[in-house]
Write a protein that binds this ligand. Structure first.
Ligand code: PGA
Length: 254
């Protein structure tokens, strides 16, 4: 797979929209707007409860589905959890893990994320691991240290010989840029990308995405500096805006 074929844009719907009808409408508008995207992969991560209905709509299209989280066991007494196998059986290709909102609001630790990553990979899902520093950590000049620790701790259960790291994706999502309309400026993001590509991840061929207030105005900048894709939150809830992002990247590649 060459660089262009690796490029991916992922929509993280988070806890939206409130009804299945609205979810189907949003998905259909995105599907219609995108049409055929030859050189770009597109995935949508809706809330779990919409996955089953949306997989019927997604099946004949190139849009892939993903979960926003999963548990580390496949079945058993784990009230409220969803297993990697359940996602796989609902035709999910991806699963977002370690999102900062889960780390913050649900108390997800690197220990838990490491177990989830292993289980997801072993189930054949492609995990999208989110890493990123908070505003405070950034101000203290701790960004690189934080990213390094998150990666070391989150990947500690993986063995390159056993786990297919080619299907693994990392999303650099500075916490201070998420949902703020204050995206990380591309110069700064590039330094992080170089750090991840040449330092921490040098020995592994892992795709690195940018996420945090991505929109149709800044999307091209991140791809231009070498990110292999984008993780969009609020922009993915607006079909027109999301389609605009996809089209702008697809044109950039042509
Ligand atoms: P945002 O969210 O695009 O709304 O900033 C991104 C994310 O949390 O993945």
């Amino acid at each position: 797979m060459n660089n262009e074929q690796r490029r991916i844009i992922i929509g993280n719907w988070k806890m939206n929209p409130p009804t299945l009808e609205q979810a189907q409408k949003l998905f259909n508008s995105i599907k219609k707007g995108i049409g055929e995207t030859k050189n770009l992969r597109v995935a949508i991560c809706p809330p779990f409860i919409y996955l089953s209905k949306l997989s019927d709509v997604a099946r004949p299209t190139k849009i892939k589905l993903g979960g926003q989280n999963c548990f580390w066991e496949q079945s058993g007494p784990f009230t409220g959890e969803v297993s990697p196998l359940m996602l796989k059986n609902l035709e999910c290709e991806y699963v977002i893990l370690g999102h900062s909102e889960r780390r913050k609001h649900l108390g997800e630790t690197d220990e838990m994320i490491a177990k989830k990553l292993k289980a997801a990979l072993e189930t054949g899902l492609k995990p999208i691991l989110c890493i990123g520093e908070t505003e405070q950590e950034r101000k203290k000049g701790k960004t690189f240290e934080i990213l390094k620790n998150q990666l070391n701790n989150d990947l500690k259960n993986l063995t390159p010989k056993i786990h297919n790291l080619k299907s693994f994706i990392i999303a650099y999502e500075p916490v201070w840029a998420i949902g703020t309309a204050n995206a990380c400026n591309p110069e700064e993001a590039k330094k992080i990308l170089i750090f991840l590509k040449e330092g921490e991840m040098a020995s592994r061929r892992i795709s690195i995405l940018y996420g945090g207030s991505v929109d149709s105005n800044n999307a091209k900048d991140y791809i231009g500096i070498g990110f292999e894709g984008l993780l969009a939150g609020s922009a993915s809830l607006d079909a027109k805006e999301f389609v605009k992002i996809v089209k702008s990247l697809s044109n950039q590649i042509n």
